[in-house]
Ligand binder design. Structure first.
Ligand code: GUN
Length: 279
């Protein structure tokens, strides 16, 4: 039976540390969260971010804009927040409604306040190994691995998914920690065979039960990034958890694995932004 990698407990620890450090600053860290439109999942995420911010003792502001908001209005708001002294972090919840150019919006956020780590400046910094904000999900996964003394050094790491938010930065972070990294995606041939080579397998696809037990090497560490709902409406990841936990050495549950750590790392990034901006 696999060790359960308890992201929920670790996230609580991270948030407590963030809160303690934030108390030592001359000014509260400030996080502004923007949500555009009525995506129900986005609403849930944004509510959680507000709760986390308050738990950490931050100044927390939320901007809920209507579906028909123009790109110009949204960028004008971001520019106003970029100029605010009391706001350290700005996050624009994705996805954005059709007609808004996501890239243009993410580019408008000052890289110094880009606590999501999505600005090309921060992405580029990660690519070349310079300091910058790390995207919260892969950052949280690296913290989980460290907490459980799972060292990617020399290990075969397979990441399924190549998004800018998870797959690509995940691969770069594992590489930075000296893993031997393969990135798989929808056009990968012999996916199961490639996955079976993994000592550390990260699934970030968004498809229920796509990682089955036959795709997992006995003793592998399995990280499940996805947040899906199965036919019964129950929250679940990409991994067939019941079967895979029998053969993996360690596994993240859904819920209670990667999700809470993503949120905790947003708080950590906001603290880091505030610390940098306060010198
Ligand atoms: N949508 C889904 N995940 C995320 C995230 O981590 N940040 C933002 N801004 N939007 C998201």
């Amino acid at each position: 039976m696999a060790t359960i990698l308890d992201g929920k407990a670790l996230a609580e620890k991270v948030k407590q540390e963030v809160r303690k450090e934030a108390e030592g600053l001359s000014r509260k860290p400030g996080l502004a969260v923007i949500i555009v439109g009525n995506n129900p999942a986005s609403r849930v995420y944004v509510n959680s971010k507000r709760k986390d911010s308050e738990e950490c003792g931050f100044l927390s502001e939320e901007y809920a804009l209507p579906e028909e908001t123009t790109q110009e209005t949204l960028i004008a708001l971001i520019e106003k927040l970029n100029a605010r002294q009391d706001i350290d972090g700005i996050l624009c919840q994705l996805p954005l409604p059709k007609g808004i150019d996501e890239e243009a919006v993410l580019m408008a956020i000052s890289p110094e306040k880009d606590v999501d780590g999505f600005h090309p400046m921060n992405m580029g910094a990660l690519l070349v190994g310079k300091e910058g904000f790390l995207p919260c999900t892969p950052y949280g996964i690296m913290e989980i691995l460290q907490e459980y003394s799972i060292d990617p050094k020399g290990k075969r790491c397979v990441v399924i998914g190549r998004s800018n938010i998870v797959g690509k930065p995940m691969a770069l972070l594992l590489l930075q920690q000296h893993g031997t990294v393969t990135v798989c995606h929808s056009r990968t041939q012999n996916l199961a065979e490639v996955c079976r080579t993994a000592d550390i397998l990260v699934a970030a696809v968004g498809k229920v039960n796509m990682v089955t037990a036959d795709m997992v090497k006995p003793g592998a560490v399995v990280i499940d990034v996805a947040m899906n709902r199965n036919e019964a409406g129950k929250l679940c990841g990409d991994v067939d958890y019941t079967a895979v936990q029998e053969i993996a050495s360690a596994i993240t549950p859904v819920p209670g694995g990667v999700g809470p750590m993503t949120r905790a790392m947003l708080m950590k990034n906001t603290l880091l932004a505030a610390q940098k901006r306060q010198g």
